[in-house]
Design a protein around this ligand. Structure first.
Ligand code: 1GP
Length: 250
């Protein structure tokens, strides 16, 4: 089984190097915007493209992945809201189990149904304990998942959930306030979880400034994901990338 990107993530974690992923939601991006982002990505310090969304209604996800693949050499990791968003054209798949929720379909049901296709895809599989944290207002992920997010002031619930995910064998923990969240995840919660787990920690949702991205890194995030803010202002990609990399050296 492929393991290259996971090794890269673990090596970065052990060297305290922080990574940056830009989330591309196919519904919110047209081919011209994608071209622009790819061009910016060549000089900005982007480590990964994440592609997907909690709800994708357009049908050009695969074409976007192909365009990214042919025009950029940054690895592409699928971040799917459903098995229909899986394409073998990418490099890896966040194989998400929504461990903060109690919806059996998103804990294991969809995985059972899609397992043969996922295996056949040849993608690197990154099993991920996915934790949705309350971002101040319902987000697409909190609505679509039909599962309550973890309250943002309940650090102990977040710690226990992450620990359980790690002990169940999940290779990554992803704490997400949801795309476009009003409030990003509190630094104290990131710190609390990061201090307890030994697998790479991904953090995203509602991060709109380089300062916030760097603060999350200092709190213990290993990989910071930004989507909405860059869709609105693509130039931010350079500043956020630089802030994340600078925080590595602190
Ligand atoms: C959402 O973590 C990602 O799943 C990114 O969120 O779009 O708010 O940056 P934003």
């Amino acid at each position: 089984m492929k393991n290259q990107l996971y090794q890269q993530l673990c090596a970065a974690r052990s060297q305290q190097k922080k990574s940056f992923a830009v989330l591309i939601d196919p519904d919110k991006m047209d081919p011209q915007q994608l071209e622009k982002l790819i061009a910016l990505g060549k000089t900005a310090q982007v480590d990964y493209w994440f592609v997907g969304g909690s709800l994708v209604v357009s049908n050009h996800l695969e074409q976007m992945v192909v365009d990214l693949k042919t025009k950029s050499n940054i690895p592409i990791i699928l971040f799917p809201g459903s098995p229909s968003q899986i394409t073998p054209q990418a490099d890896a798949l966040l194989y998400l189990s929504l461990i903060s929720g109690r919806n059996p379909e998103l804990l294991i049901g969809q995985h059972v149904l899609s397992a043969p296709a996922v295996k056949q895809s040849g993608l690197e599989i990154l099993s991920t304990g996915y934790m949705v944290i309350d971002g101040g207002a319902p987000t697409t992920v909190s609505y679509i998942s039909n599962a309550a997010p973890i309250p943002s002031n309940k650090n102990e619930i977040a710690i226990c959930t992450a620990l359980a995910g790690e002990m169940l064998g999940m290779k990554l923990i992803y704490m997400d306030a949801g795309s476009g969240a009003q409030k990003p995840i509190p630094t104290a919660m990131i710190q609390a979880v990061a201090s307890q787990i030994a697998v790479p920690l991904i953090v995203g949702g509602g991060i709109t400034t380089p300062e916030k991205a760097a603060e999350n890194c200092r709190a213990g995030a290993n990989l910071v994901v930004v989507g909405n803010a860059i869709e609105k202002d693509p130039g931010l990609i350079t500043e956020i990338g630089a802030a994340i990399k600078d925080s590595s050296s602190l």
